[in-house]
Design a protein around this ligand. Structure first.
Ligand code: F6R
Length: 362
């Protein structure tokens, strides 16, 4: 068993113990996620962006902010004939030209890669909208008259998914790209609200699938698999587990993993792994069969295997519901592992060292 984890000593139904293990109150942030989404729906860029429909949309972002772009791209894939790309890195790819819309998204506004993407868009005269709660990116947008959505500050970027995502849906709507209908957005808010009640700390393990899954993963490692629609959710679960619970997780996607990764399950270490299938009632019959066969082939090798189902009809609900579930699972996993789910000291230290002037590379 992982030494950082002592499952016997943390009772997930002991609300006082959860409070002690969560000094920054992540439980409140997660419980208020539906309210966050409702506020986010009302946020708009100022000044208004040009209404020309682009040929390509590029969301430039990193980490938790990029997760909102993944969600946007996954929703857009069902509805738009204009591709939505998520660019994680410095500058912009050559595909970003004057007929592209760049959405530079950084919750803190101080992410070097995203600032450099915004600068590249300004230099190339590519239409640009900024989504941020402040920092250098907000200053750049204000100086250059770039349309900007100003988000409420004070959260960890990965916990601001609602603030980051819904304004981007509105930005695309403003350029005649309908990612989701009003009905779909409303449905997603209801689904997220209901889940908040079902997964929170007051809900006991017996009735709480997020607590149950965190306990089942326990001191092992989570291997998350999604299908074509839920692949982005699998990646989001991986990063939430890594940042909140401070333990490695991997994410894979069907059908691709059937062609390579499946072999890794014959390794002796497989017993330490807990497979999580992120399922979607709308997935094609072929994908359903692939999950069933995968279960047959790896079920006996894995330390455990769980299936979690997306909720709702529209794609926004289905993907947001899995994101909410992943947030809570990673939260409980952090508490079981006795680590603070809020702070990210190595990530901060990395940024600090990168920003230090005159640092040589060897
Ligand atoms: C921290 C987090 C990180 C950040 C990333 C980029 O909570 O989620 O993954 O999102 O370091 O920072 P922002 O989102 O501020 O551009």
């Amino acid at each position: 068993m992982d030494r950082a984890h002592d499952r016997t000593s943390v009772n997930l139904d002991d609300v006082a113990a959860l409070e002690r293990g969560d000094p920054y109150g992540v439980r409140h942030v997660l419980a208020e996620f539906a309210a966050q989404c409702r506020v986010a729906r009302g946020l708009r860029p100022e000044p208004r962006p040009q209404a020309t429909t682009p040929r390509l949309v590029t969301v430039a972002a990193m980490g938790g902010s990029a997760a909102s772009g993944d969600l946007l791209a996954a929703c857009a894939a069902e509805t738009l004939d204009v591709p939505v790309l998520v660019h994680r890195g410095y500058g912009l790819p050559p595909s970003a030209r004057p007929d592209t819309l760049v959405i530079a998204t950084s919750y803190s506004g101080d992410t070097a890669e995203t600032i450099s993407a915004a600068q590249a868009a300004i230099e190339r005269r590519t239409p640009l909208v900024v989504v941020t709660a402040g920092g250098e990116l907000a200053r750049l947008a204000a100086t250059r008259g770039v349309p900007q959505v100003t988000l409420p500050s004070g959260l960890m970027p990965r916990m601001a998914l609602g603030y980051l995502f819904f304004p981007q849906v509105e930005i695309l709507r403003a350029v005649e790209l309908g990612v989701a209908t009003e009905t779909e957005v409303e449905e997603s808010l209801d689904v997220v609200e209901a889940l908040g009640k079902e997964l929170g700390p007051e809900r006991p393990v017996d009735l709480n699938p997020a607590k149950q899954l965190a306990q089942a993963i326990g001191g092992g490692l989570a291997v998350i698999y999604g299908g074509p629609t839920t692949a982005v959710s699998a990646y989001r679960w991986k990063t939430d587990i890594e940042e909140n619970a401070k333990v490695l997780a991997t994410a894979g996607v069907l059908p691709e993993m059937n062609h390579n990764e499946i072999e890794a399950w014959s390794a002796p270490g497989a017993r330490r792994l807990h497979a999580v299938f992120l399922r979607d009632a709308g997935e094609p019959r072929e994908i359903e069969r692939r999950f069933a066969i995968l279960r047959e082939l790896i079920g006996d090798d894995a330390g455990g295997l769980s299936e979690m189902w997306a909720r709702g009809r529209g794609r926004v609900s289905r993907l947001l519901s899995l994101a909410v579930l992943g947030q809570w699972v990673s939260y409980y996993l952090a508490l079981l592992r006795r680590v603070d789910p809020w702070t990210v000291p190595r990530l901060d230290e990395f940024k600090r060292r990168m920003a230090a002037p005159g640092r040589d590379c060897h």
